[in-house]
Design a protein around this ligand. Structure first.
Ligand code: ATP
Length: 469
């Protein structure tokens, strides 16, 4: 792990708090591990990310249907999905400092792969064979308790389900189950022709053993999922297409290709045909999972058909064929996507003789598209004109900001730090001091720092054109 990378993560965490992107959850009570809040700038970035993702996966595709399913589900759902029995992480505790480690991840760091479906006993044997090489990340000791499977589902109480002897109700461990539950409703109400997709952004909760690395591993997260329903055995070509599509999407939102790579899963769960992750080069972690793309056969719908007793077969109206569709899945945590986007956009560079921090977001993702300033805030005529420009732009481009704090140089630095692509300054020339420049403003570009004179009447189109790219 490079030290500079650690510093970069610290700088990002600090910038996120200082500039209103991300705050630690319940901070005034000392915080709550694995929970973060998105502040005013963060929620805009998050919403822009969701909108871009939704556009690519619903509007830009045909035969893809959006869904927003309820978070609480009948407890049988989590039995059918295998989460009550198998959704666990292998945990061991340091006997000296009681820190908990994820045994599969620690083994992975020394190049040993633990199969997802390994029994507790098999894991203990594997761990014992390599224990000498694994040190506690907290205190450095090499003395651990035996490995036990730690279930990640978060239990809650809801209505009648919580009466004595009944099953607990769980918060969703993954968002995609809602899609399987409404698959039949969508088939019946929308009559999609196979292949088709169902798409959802939803919250998920995981009792992660050691939430860490800022937004990378949370206990409350949001997942953006697509499930693509295909005819049995028609998976290969469609899977490759989806993989390529997801890779290209990251490039389209401005992620640098050198920070992305593919990783194929070595140990597939028994029903899966193939599974790949898109990894991102996260600061302080290095390359790690950003998004999973899974070729899951008919497992999910078969399980729900078995447990619910409801026929979930698809009937092809043209051929009369009846079958359980196979599923190709993509799933990404929005907080990991957020962290990747902000890390990728973070630069420190020299401009105008000083060092600055700048977030070079793609304009579509930037939380603030443009900031409007009066050159001086104690000149009412400048302020009045600037307010006019600001309010007119805001009608069509809502993510516009007013800023009259400090001098223009300071405002530029502040806007650079939140990644605002353009700053618009209203000065005396705007008011007609130089007659040729009347009703023009200075438009300053975030990345180059260059300023140009632009007519007020052209501003909206200039900004909107860049947002459309
Ligand atoms: P990991 O191996 O890192 O625990 P996973 O393989 O369990 O992840 P999936 O169950 O495939 O992850 O979930 C799909 C996506 O959800 C992941 O690619 C990741 O982006 C996101 N995700 C999963 N767990 C978390 C978490 N605890 N915090 C933030 N995002 C997460």
């Amino acid at each position: 792990m490079a030290e500079s990378d650690n510093t970069l993560m610290e700088k990002i965490v600090s910038l996120c708090k200082r500039r209103g992107f991300v705050y630690p959850g319940s901070e005034i009570y000392g915080g709550l591990a694995g929970i973060y809040d998105f502040g005013p700038r963060g929620v805009e970035l998050l919403n822009n990310l969701k909108a871009a993702w939704w556009r690519a996966n619903v509007y830009d595709k045909e035969n893809h249907f959006g869904l927003d399913s309820g978070m609480f589900k009948n407890p049988r759902v989590w039995e059918a999905s295998g989460h009550t029995s198998g959704f666990s992480d292998p945990l061991a505790e340091c006997r000296k400092c009681n820190a908990r480690i994820r045994v599969d991840k620690e083994l992975g760091k020394i190049g040993v792969t633990a199969d997802e479906k390994m029994s507790e006993q098999a894991l203990n044997e594997l761990f014992d064979a390599h224990r000498a090489k694994i040190a506690c990340p907290n205190c450095g000791k090499k003395d651990f308790t035996p490995v036990r499977a730690f279930n990640l589902l978060v239990k809650t109480n809801l209505g009648d389900f919580t009466s004595e002897g009944s099953e607990p109700v769980y918060l969703p461990g993954e968002a995609c189950q809602g899609i399987y539950l409404d698959y039949k409703n969508i088939v019946d109400s929308m009559q999609p022709k196979i292949p088709f997709g169902i798409v959802q952004i939803g919250k998920a909760f995981r009792n992660e053993i050691s939430p860490r690395n800022f937004l990378f591993r949370l206990r409350e997260l949001e997942q953006a999922d697509t499930q693509f329903f295909i005819k049995p055995h028609q998976n290969k070509e469609a899977y490759e297409k989806i993989k390529q599509d997801r890779w290209n999407w990251y490039l389209s939102i401005g992620i640098r290709e050198e920070n992305l790579r593919w990783k194929q899963h070595e140990n597939l769960v028994f029903y899966a045909k193939d599974a790949w992750d898109i990894e991102y080069n996260f600061p302080s972690l290095g390359f790690d999972e950003l998004e999973g793309i899974h070729d899951r056969t008919d497992y999910d719908l078969s399980q729900h058909m078995k447990f619910s007793g409801v026929d979930l077969q698809y009937v092809d109206q043209e051929s009369g064929e009846k079958f359980i569709p196979w599923i190709l899945e993509t799933s990404v945590g929005l907080s990991r996507m957020f962290l990747a986007v902000i890390s990728d956009a973070y630069y420190e560079d020299e401009l105008g003789g000083g060092t600055r921090v700048v977030l070079r977001f793609h304009p579509r993702l930037a939380p603030v598209k443009a900031a409007v300033f009066p050159l001086l805030k104690n000149k009412p005529e400048l302020v009045a004109k600037a307010r006019e420009v600001y309010l007119a732009l805001k009608k069509d481009i809502p993510q516009i900001m007013w800023d009259d704090n400090g001098n223009v140089g300071k405002r530029y630095r502040r806007q650079d730090e939140i990644g605002t692509p353009w700053c618009i300054t209203i000065d005396f020339d705007t008011l007609g001091e130089t007659p040729d420049l009347k009703d023009t403003v200075t438009l300053r570009d975030r990345d180059t720092g260059q300023q140009e004179r632009v007519a007020i009447s052209d501003l909206k189109a200039r900004i909107q054109d860049s947002l459309a790219q």
